[in-house]
Design a protein around this ligand. Structure first.
Ligand SMILES: [Zn+2]
Length: 300
């Protein structure tokens, strides 16, 4: 072990135990709250709590990014819930988030954070270690941007534009549909995550080990842009490979396989490629972009 973990540095030899206790103490009330608000199913709650504690133990900076995603996503989902009801009928899943949704949103960031941890602990390669931090932050920025974009975008009264052809309009709630409001919200969501990480970075004596500080101040804002691009990739995948179906009874477009109690017919994309796959893949791709740029930037 070349580098010491943050909790050992902070609390000494039993630091991991103290950090774990703090992590659990922060997470438990949070997950009781979201469960009471019916934001997650019980199993999804356990999985999200597990993600929260693991992110926290790797480094609180990841946890705070995830926390921003989680709380803002929860609040925005509940925001003007009644106005979203008819649109949500189009989505494969509505209301309580399940385990595969938690996995789709949390796994990408965890893979990059874990990669950072391995590099950080077992090697002295600062470039790779930092590039994985940016990858993880960009991944979380992407899922945040996507959630903000969706939850605000579906409130727009105007029909969204088709991402593959911006002169064409599609039904509200269609995956691959983009609106000015939703796009702006997506950008804001990504900026909020990056801004929070930047503030922690400034006020908490440089938790990211870098050769020079300017690289961090430059790269954290770049993760916001990558997060926004990730949300656009999400819409693009939603318009292309994600399965989209049409109800044979009421003729509405939907992500559901069953509508009006009858099986729907596929009209676009791959039948097995669902919204959860799109979320995971787009955020993971954004992470890879951030990783590549991070490596490149730190080599300069
Ligand atoms: Zn129907």
């Amino acid at each position: 072990m070349i580098m010491t973990m943050w909790f050992t540095e902070w609390f000494g030899i039993w630091g991991w135990l103290i950090a774990l206790a703090i992590g659990l103490a922060i997470n438990m009330p949070l997950f009781i709250w979201v469960r009471l608000r019916r934001h997650l199913t019980i199993w999804a709650c356990f999985m999200a709590a597990f993600f929260g504690v693991v992110y926290w133990m790797i480094h609180p900076i990841f946890y705070f990014a995830l926390f921003t995603f989680f709380i803002s996503g929860n609040l925005l989902t509940k925001y003007r819930k009644k106005d979203k009801k008819d649109i949500q009928d189009k989505f494969e899943k509505g209301g309580e988030r399940d385990t595969s949704q938690v996995l789709a949103n949390g796994l990408g960031g965890l893979i990059f954070a874990s990669a950072h941890l391995l590099i950080f602990v077992f090697t002295d390669n600062v470039i790779l270690s930092n590039a994985f931090i940016f990858a993880s932050i960009a991944t979380i920025a992407t899922v945040t941007a996507d959630t903000w974009g969706t939850e605000i975008g579906i409130l727009s009264n105007d029909q969204p534009y088709w991402i593959l052809n911006l002169t064409k309009k599609v039904e509200r709630g269609t995956s691959g549909g983009v609106s000015p409001k939703g796009t702006l919200a997506a950008l804001l969501g990504a900026v909020i995550v990056a801004l929070l990480v930047l503030l922690i970075e400034i006020f908490w004596k440089n938790p990211i080990p870098a050769s020079t500080t300017w690289q961090i101040y430059l790269f954290i804002p770049i993760t916001a842009i990558i997060g926004f691009v990730g949300a656009l990739i999400d819409s693009f995948l939603g318009a292309t490979i994600q399965g989209f179906f049409r109800c044979q009874v009421c003729n509405k477009g939907t992500e559901k396989r069953i509508h009006c109690k009858e099986p729907t017919k596929i009209i676009r994309g791959q039948e097995w490629f669902r919204n959860d796959h799109v979320n995971f893949l787009s955020s993971f791709l954004a992470g890879l972009i951030a990783f590549g740029l991070g490596c490149f930037g730190f080599l300069l």
